[in-house]
Ligand binder design. Structure first.
Ligand SMILES: *Cc1c(COP(=O)(O)O)cnc(C)c1O
Length: 375
């Protein structure tokens, strides 16, 4: 088993694996399951500081993204797609699939989306049904300030859909303060659950927009309205994965017990960046670093795959390359959830130092020492 230090899927703690192995009930028929499911969803909503209902859907993160777009988009709807990364622009495809008209607001991918230019843009054009925004755009690790950006959209009457799949649990999310209408999460990133679940929190305004559609939602599996009355009706649109949700509940409890979770993610992320720079590597971003993932440039003359494979072969550690426009250009270290700790980062930096030197890259300084100094 590799020590998995990728930006998701992440390592899963033994008590989460254990919870998934317990005997499970019939999730369609046992009333106790509906109570359990609702209690877990409420605990999750409370963690995000919202009274909005949350639903845990069976399917990994992409299901949540598509479900939000499927449920909100009607043919001809204009949707503002905020884009400073791969997942950011990816929302345009979901909007188009359901007949909407995506309008891309594309800015520099090396830094977060700035509020003031967006405000100026919205002064000229704000006729959008909803806007999509990615909290942490994982291929680069850029973190957008949802607490500043979403209220600007909301003030213009634009619903907000936020993908925080790789942002939440490592970077604070306050749904009430950010006024997010649909918040999307995933189980396999900083929550440190196995892949397979997506969490969708839906505001009253977003639910009303779905209820007031002129046309039916063009999907069964992606229809968020199907979850609205599950508790009252004691009915789910499909059988809930009871064991996955038992694991989720334990992972959420692990998070709730961890009073230093955000401080640790911030501290570890900062120390990783300092260490990489001390070694003479270049960070990909100029600004807006997520606490969950760090992307650094593949040194000139070296091959990303060679570095990844040497780490696996010689040190039993798994890190990630990237994809889309960043494929082969950057390497990514995931320091989220169970992988966010000094021991794992020190092991990784020691191994990375040996691998880079073995491939002929002259390190400028001691990355392990720099990490310790900054952590
Ligand atoms: C991981 C991730 C998702 C989930 O999708 P994958 O199938 O794992 O790619 C969605 N959005 C973001 C920002 C993610 O990091």
């Amino acid at each position: 088993m590799y020590n998995v230090l990728t930006p998701g899927p992440t390592k899963v703690r033994a008590n989460v694996r254990g919870a998934r192995a317990l005997e499970a009930t019939n999730a369609d028929l046992d009333p106790a399951f509906f109570d359990f499911y609702r209690a877990v969803c409420q605990r999750y909503s409370k963690f995000l500081n919202t009274a909005n209902p949350s639903y845990i859907l069976s399917g990994e993160g992409i299901l949540g993204l598509e479900a939000a777009c499927a449920s909100l988009t009607e043919p001809g709807d204009r949707v503002l797609v905020l884009d400073n990364g791969e997942y950011g622009k990816g929302f345009a495809d979901f909007v188009r699939l359901y007949g909407g008209e995506p309008v891309l607001y594309t800015v520099d991918g090396l830094r977060p989306i700035a509020p003031e230019p967006l405000r100026a843009f919205l002064k000229k054009d704000s006729a959008f049904k909803y806007a999509t925004l990615v909290h942490c755009d994982t291929p680069s690790g850029v973190l957008n300030d949802i607490h500043a950006l979403c209220p600007l959209l909301k003030e213009q009457g634009i619903l907000t859909v936020v993908d925080s799949v790789s942002g939440m649990f490592g970077n604070p999310v306050d749904v009430r303060r950010a006024r997010v209408d649909v918040l999307l999460g995933g189980s396999q990133k900083a929550l440190s659950c196995p892949p397979g679940l997506t969490m969708v929190s839906v505001s009253h305004d977003a639910m009303r927009a779905m209820e007031q559609r002129r046309t039916p939602i063009a999907s069964y599996y992606c229809n968020l309205m199907a979850f609205r009355d599950y508790y009252k009706d004691k009915w789910f649109p499909y059988t809930m994965p009871a064991s996955d949700i038992a694991g989720f509940a334990q992972a959420l409890d692990n998070v709730l017990e961890d009073k230093e979770i955000f401080a640790r993610h911030a501290r570890v992320a900062k120390a990783v960046r300092a260490a990489l720079m001390a070694g003479g590597l270049s960070l990909y971003l100029k600004d807006g670093f997520s606490n969950t993932v760090t992307a650094f440039k593949v040194p000139q003359g070296l091959d990303d795959t060679a570095i990844i494979e040497a780490l696996m072969r010689e040190h039993n550690i798994l890190i990630a390359g990237s994809f889309g426009a960043l494929a082969h250009k950057v390497l990514r270290i995931g320091h989220m959830g169970e992988g966010c700790n000094d021991e794992d980062m020190l092991d990784l930096l020691k191994a990375l130092s040996q691998v880079l030197e073995g491939l002929g890259f002259p390190l400028k300084g001691d990355m392990v020492k720099a990490y310790r100094y900054n952590a």
